[in-house]
Design a protein around this ligand. Structure first.
Ligand code: ZN
Length: 435
C-alpha cells in the first residue's frame, strides 16, 4: 500500500478513518498549500569522530562514514531530478552529528520521510547482503505501513544491482522501552525519533563492509557507490509515485503522464523499460509531434477536431496543439478530451471533481497518487470534501455556502454536505458556486 504521510498527524487521522476506526476528526492541519512538496531528508550515517564500521580487504580500507556520505550525495542528486520534491541532507560533509539532532533537523524541515544510509558489519565475515529496517506498528501504524512499503521498494532496487537480499525488518526495543501507548518502542533511535515527530524513518544497510565480496563488488569504486545512491532514489521515487515531468524548465504534467506514456506505447516501453526520464525526452522531442497521447485527459487529435480555430492555424502540427492547450486552452476552459465521468460508490462527482485540477492544486496528493486519477477521486470523497478542498475549477465550496443562504442554513459547518447538495440539486438549479 502506498501512502503519503505529511506532517504525520493530518494524514494519519485521515487514514484511521479510512480503515474504519471510530475516530472523528474535528479540525486538522490539512496539507493543501499549493507549494507543498514531498520533503525527503537523507541521513548519511556516522561522520567526524564516529567512523562507523571499518574493514580492510586486499589492502583497501573501507570506512563506513565516507561510503554513506557518497551514497547520500548521489541519491540526493538523483532525487532532485524529480518534480515536487525537496531533498535535504543531515550532514553534507565529514563531521560528527548526534542522532537526536539529525532527527530534529528533519523535523524542522517538515520531513515526510527520513532515510538513514548505512553499511553493515558482522563478526562473521561470510554474512553479506543488503537489509532495510522500518518502523514497527506501534504508536502510528500508518508510519509502520508506509515504512514497510518504502523499504520494500528500496530493497527491490538495491538488489537489482546484484547484492544479496537480506530482507526488510522491524526491530523492537530490547530493554523494555515503550511508547506512551504501552506498545513496544522501535529499537533504532532514528526510527523511533522520526515516529515521535510523526514521520517515517528507515535505515538502509547497503551491504557488509566485513564481507570481502560485498566490498569488492559494491563498495570499491565511486561508480558502484553511485549505483547505490541512484537505486535508493529510484526506490523512493517509485514508492511515492514521483515522476519526471520537467524538461528544459517546462513542466509537461498537464499533458504528460510518464507512466501512462510508457504503458500505452509498447514500442517505447520496449526501448526504455520503466525509465521515465527517457520517456519524457522522447515525448518532448518526438511524441508530441507524432500526436501520441500521453495521458488520460488530453488527446491532441480530439483537441484538433473540436477546435476549428486552432486547426486552421496549426493544421497537422500536432506539437502545436499540445503547446496551445498547456499555455492557453486549459485556462480558457477548452476540453482536452471527451468527458470522463468520476463515479465513486454510485455517486457521480463529475460536477465537483476533476482529477487533473485536483492533483494540480494539491501537489502533496500528486506526489502521493502520481497519475492515479481514480485513487485521487477516492481521496477527494473520503477526505478532500471534509477538508473543503476544491475539486474542480467550477465549484468552490465556500463560494457555494456564501451565495446560498438556504443551503447554509441546512448544512452549517458540515462542509461535505454542500458538495452533495450541489451534485444532487445545485448544478441543475444553476446556483452560484464560485466567487
Ligand atoms: Zn552505520
Amino acid at each position: 500500500m502506498k501512502m503519503f504521510v505529511k506532517k504525520g498527524i493530518a494524514v494519519l487521522v485521515s487514514f484511521s478513518l479510512f480503515v474504519g476506526m471510530l475516530f472523528v476528526p474535528t479540525k486538522r492541519d490539512t496539507v493543501s498549500a499549493s507549494d507543498e512538496k514531498l520533503v525527503i531528508v537523507l541521513d548519511p550515517g556516522h561522520g567526524g569522530k564516529d567512523g562507523g564500521t571499518q574493514n580492510t580487504h586486499d589492502g583497501l580500507t573501507y570506512v563506513e562514514k565516507n561510503i554513506n556520505l557518497s551514497i547520500a550525495r548521489y541519491c540526493m542528486a538523483e532525487l532532485q531530478k524529480y518534480s515536487n520534491v525537496e531533498v535535504y541532507i543531515t550532514r553534507g560533509d565529514d563531521y560528527t552529528a548526534n542522532l537526536e539532532d539529525r532527527v530534529k533537523y528533519a523535523a524542522d524541515r517538515g520531513a515526510n520521510v527520513f532515510v538513514s544510509l548505512h553499511c553493515n558489519s558482522n563478526k562473521k565475515s561470510s554474512i553479506n547482503g543488503a537489509e532495510v529496517y522500518y518502523p514497527n506498528q506501534s504508536l502510528y501504524p500508518t508510519i509502520g505501513t508506509v515504512g514497510q512499503g518504502l523499504s520494500a521498494s528500496i530493497i527491490g532496487q538495491i538488489t537489482k544491482l546484484g547484492i544479496g537480499n537480506g530482507g526488510i525488518h522491524t526491530r523492537n526495543s530490547e530493554d523494555g522501552e515503550k511508547y506512551y501507548t504501552g506498545e513496544p518502542s522501535d529499537y533504532y533511535s532514528v526510527i523511533r525519533g522520526a515516529k515521535k515527530h510523526g514521520f517515517v524513518g528507515i535505515i538502509v544497510e547497503h551491504g557488509y563492509l566485513s564481507n570481502a565480496s560485498d566490498c569488492a563488488h559494491y563498495f570499491q569504486t565511486e561508480a558502484q557507490l553511485r549505483n547505490f545512491g541512484v537505486a535508493d532514489a529510484i526506490g523512493i521515487a517509485q514508492y511515492y509515485g514521483l515522476a519526471k515531468t520537467v524538461y528544459n524548465g517546462v513542466d509537461y504534467s498537464m499533458v504528460y503522464d510518464p507512466y501512462y506514456y510508457l504503458s500505452e506505447n509498447p514500442d517505447l516501453a520496449a526501448a526504455f523499460g520503466a525509465d521515465t526520464e527517457r520517456g519524457l525526452w522522447h515525448f518532448v522531442n518526438f511524441g508530441m509531434k507524432e500526436g501520441r497521447v500521453a495521458c488520460e485527459n488530453f488527446d491532441p487529435n480530439y483537441y484538433k477536431k473540436n477546435n476549428p480555430d486552432l486547426e486552421s492555424a496549426y493544421g497537422d502540427d500536432m506539437g502545436a496543439y499540445y503547446n496551445h492547450f498547456m499555455n492557453y486552452g486549459y485556462t480558457e476552459g477548452r476540453k482536452g478530451c471527451e468527458d470522463y465521468k468520476y463515479i465513486y460508490r454510485g455517486v457521480d462527482y463529475s460536477a465537483v471533481f476533476d482529477p487533473f485540477y485536483y492533483l494540480q492544486r494539491n501537489p502533496d496528493l500528486a506526489a502521493y497518487y502520481g497519475s492515479n486519477r481514480m485513487a485521487s477521486l477516492e481521496h477527494f470523497v473520503i477526505f478532500g470534501m471534509k477538508e473543503g478542498r476544491q475539486g474542480c475549477a467550477g465549484f468552490n465550496v465556500f463560494a457555494y455556502r456564501d451565495n446560498n443562504a438556504d443551503v447554509c442554513a441546512a448544512y452549517g459547518d458540515a462542509i461535505e454536505g454542500y458538495y452533495l447538495h450541489f451534485i444532487n440539486y445545485g448544478q441543475y438549479e444553476s446556483r452560484i458556486a464560485s466567487y
